[in-house]
Design a protein around this ligand. Structure first.
Ligand code: NAD
Ligand code: WQD
Length: 339
């Protein structure tokens, strides 16, 4: 089965390509490299020991997408291409809606032209907003709080509408919790541009000496130690969730939504401790004001993912931190930046 991976050069995409190939899928990648480097795909090819056709294409460029679909008879799409910085989405909503929502419309249109009706889409736990209760089930109330989150919700609703009018589609909407970690080889991992927004990339750059200290955003949340609690999931577990989703979609046309999380929450202070243990480095930190828009606590109920796609996260927190550390310490400045 030939799978087009949009955003396949990115953090989650590169790991997903490997798991797809391991499971016997043929992979083709489109990515405009706006937040990634071709080097990640070169390394994926080494790890997967096979060639991966790559197209430097923007998902908003319909003629270019059509060319890719003409060249390869694509059976399904794993759609990860998109912009993901919450803060930037507040400043540049048009850019975010154009790329995330507009790009998905264009991609889907092209899929229809080629009668390709299987898609796995990367949504986010951000669609739950500030959850009223945890663990969060798929049918918990939805309330995205920023343009990034709303773009994910709109796309989810768009795909539900598609299925409502044409029930021959096979659609998986995956709500990722907080992906961290890296491939065991240390060859591929998360490579943010500039100063990282997310906790683990920031901590790992402190550990490696690139940043001086971590600011812990808020020490007065209603959580056991006052700092924010999240469901961190190993990116390889997450990648396997895409394989399992495609396998589940094979059974029959359907649309489903599943949480991809571990079901366990860890606080910022617990994450610092776990990372110190994995890296054997001290992480200096100071508690500062809360970050605007942050929530206290968020973790998944992963029961439905087990039921629906026979998937369960396997990696524990120590391995997530050890693998992040291996990637970061072997690649001080991430991938070489020749794009
Ligand atoms: P990433 O930025 O590493 O990967 C996204 C990839 O898409 C990049 O390689 C980028 O170059 C590419 N891209 C962006 N706009 C494009 C366009 N217009 N045309 C073609 N390619 C384009 O991010 P990631 O962490 O791997 O995230 C992948 C997906 O998962 C995103 O859709 C993101 O919103 C979603 N997601 C990520 C997280 C997370 O915390 N990392 C959580 C939930 C959901
Ligand atoms: C985790 C915890 C912070 C940085 C974001 C997006 C979400 C999703 C994943 C895509 C929180 C604290 C962080 C720092 C800190 N992305 N923190 N100091 O906010 O759960 O989710 O990324 O869909 O949409 O909102 O992840 O890693 O930024 O933060 O104290 O320098 O770490 O306050 O409690 P978050 P994060």
């Amino acid at each position: 089965m030939k799978i087009l991976v949009t955003g396949g050069a990115g953090y989650i995409g590169s790991h997903t390509c490997i798991e797809l190939i391991k499971a016997g899928f043929e992979v083709i990648v489109v990515d405009n490299l706006c937040n990634s480097s071709f080097e990640s795909l070169k390394r994926v090819k080494i790890l997967a020991d096979c060639d991966i056709p790559f197209y430097n294409v923007d998902i908003c460029d319909k003629p270019a997408l059509i060319k890719v679909f003409k060249k390869h008879s694509i059976d399904g799409v794993v759609h990860l291409a998109g912009l993901k910085a919450v803060g930037e989405s507040v400043e540049k909503p048009i850019k975010y809606y154009n790329t995330n929502v507009g790009g998905t419309f264009i991609l889907t249109d092209v899929m229809c032209e080629f009668n390709c009706k299987t898609i796995v889409f990367s949504s986010s736990a951000t669609v739950y907003g500030d959850p009223q209760t945890v663990p969060i089930k798929e049918n918990s109330p939805l309330s995205a709080k920023n343009p990034y989150g709303r773009s994910k919700l709109m796309i989810e609703e768009f795909f539900q509408d598609i299925f409502a009018t044409d029930d021959s589609w096979r659609i998986a909407l995956l709500r990722y919790f907080n992906p961290i970690g890296a491939h065991k080889s240390g060859l591929i991992g998360e490579d943010p541009n500039g100063v990282p927004n997310n906790l683990i990339p920031y901590i790992s750059q402190v550990a490696v000496g690139k940043l001086e200290k971590l600011s812990v955003f808020g020490g007065d949340y209603d959580t056991p130690d006052g700092t924010g609690v999240r469901d961190y999931i190993h990116v390889v577990d997450l990648a396997k969730g895409h394989v399992k989703s495609l396998q589940a979609l094979k059974n029959k046309p359907q649309v489903f939504i599943v949480n991809l999380g571990t079901g366990k929450g860890f606080s910022v202070l617990e994450m610092i401790k776990a990372f110190e243990k994995a890296s054997k480095k001290k992480i200096p930190y100071q508690i500062v004001d809360r970050r605007l828009g942050d929530i206290a606590i968020c973790y998944a109920d992963p029961t439905f993912a087990k039921e629906k796609i026979n998937w369960k996260a396997e990696y524990e927190l120590n391995e997530m931190c050890e693998d992040t550390w291996r990637w970061q310490s072997l690649n001080l400045d991430g991938y070489p930046r020749y794009k």
